[in-house]
Design a protein around this ligand. Sequence first.
Ligand code: C2E
Ligand code: CA
Ligand code: CA
Length: 539
Amino acid sequence: MNTRMTEEELLQGFSKALQEGHIFVCYQPKVNHATGRMIGAEALMRWQDPEHGMQYPSDFIPVLEQHDLINKADLAIFEQVCRFQRRCLDEDVKPVPISVNMSRYDIFRNNYLDEIEVIRKKYDIPVKLLHVEITESSAIGGMELVSDVLQKLHAIGYVVEMDDFGSGYSSLNVLKDLAVDVIKLDMRFLSGNIGGRGGTIISSMVQMTKWLGTPAVAEGVETIEQADYMKSIGCCYVQGYLYSKPVPEDEFIRKIVQYEQEPMVQSMDLISVMDAGKFWDPNSMETLIFNNYVGGAAIFSFQNCHMEILRVNQKYIKEIGMNLTEKEILRMDPCDMLDDENKRIYQDALQRAIETGEEQTCETWRKICSKTCGEDKICIRSFIRMIGKAGDQYLFYAMVQNVTAEKKRYEDLYDSERRFRYAIEQVNVYAWEYYFATKQMRPCFRCMRDLHLPPVVENYPDSAFECGIFPMDYYDMYHEMLRKLENGEKEVEAVIPLTVGRIPFRVRYTTEFDETGRPLKAYGSAALIIDETEQKEGA
Ligand code: C2E
Ligand code: CA
Ligand code: CA
């Protein structure tokens, strides 16, 4: 039976508990949920009282803090952790980095770092096997002090983790000023509600950690659903009852042996020129530029053919149009909007951006669905630049232009041209264009097909006479006709027997002039004469 010790009992029993080993460490693994491998563990203090049973930190730590005893306890824990790591090293058990909790009272003590260093050296533990967890609340009442301690820890080589991130009101500001190496997000602050508001909060916190290039560990993960959700939003590192409760030393050794291990890796290397951290600061120049001085712009991550939009500016929302909100845009996976062909075009551009490190351009049609506008296709021209990478995950900056209207105009034009050509096919007419300056003739499909002409006939009309389309006895007359057009005549017309079969056609030319009034080209057509009287007249 566990009974809760009173403050007095705790204070009276403390020294003895420490000496007799009633205050000891339990270890809780941190696991990569994507691989199932262990990346480290956290050391958690326990007090097993012979009379009252197990006491938990939430009850006794505040008492120790109030009575200036926490340093002693923390140093004892630190020593036990070092002794444990020594045991692993000596027993050939592959050690994992173990995080120890540092109370803010430890931070306030001048020589705390010296004290832990003495212990670490006594057991000869490589510094990379020890992490230090500090809480956000340590910063309350003195950012300089915390940032100073952080610098010193870094100078020695400790990895520093920000504990309970998101529990305080000033999380963002704290992160901005404290360059911690790992961020711990506590699921318990979200009261299990990952579907709704809690999910939105935690996913934006994970995005933030990505931005800062800092790996994140989700703490208090109790269910597979929570772990899967965290993985889906890009946070694979989890700690919590799902994998293991905090367990005593011997049991933990068994877990180390049982699990495979892997190192924790940096989440994202941001490419130097840009201080990505500043994007989260609403007052920074970067944010100002992002929101006001560039066109539609977005930042997105890309991994295994999966894209996630992390941030868009107001102009992006306007450029895409269709009455979408920022939230709706952030929730979309752009890959879902692209068909296979457009996906290939887009991913090729991403690949080029990765390979060259330079801006790449592409145009893709996307199917967009909005509540108010329904479903529509839009064409987006993107200018893409890679701004960060970590493993197979990449971060991109994209400027976008909605070129749907432009494309549609072009398509309409193409369409009317196609219809025109089709109409010509229907009425037994041959059509072509003749360019005065270059003596080039561009025949219609029908000419090309029936007369075996190339798309551009050079040295017209002489070449047409040479190959027998026109009979030689019409040579002078035809040249005279073209000369008239070149001299400004708007229209000419004649009946000419065409091809070796000498079939009579009515040949007509209409001139097109440039803006200075000079003849530019002539549209020619040849229509078969069916009426016999006309045929006689012509002959
Ligand atoms: P913490 O640093 O946030 O530690 C995580 C707490 O979450 C631990 O509680 C752990 O047992 C608990 N926990 C882990 N997984 C789950 C889960 O899936 N569900 C739930 N509901 N809880 C989970 P614990 O051991 O009671 O420690 C409480 C707090 O006491 C710690 O919070 C830490 O702030 C402090 N603490 C623990 N050990 C030490 C220590 O050695 N030194 C100092 N200064 N503080 C310590
Ligand atoms: Ca902790
Ligand atoms: Ca925590």
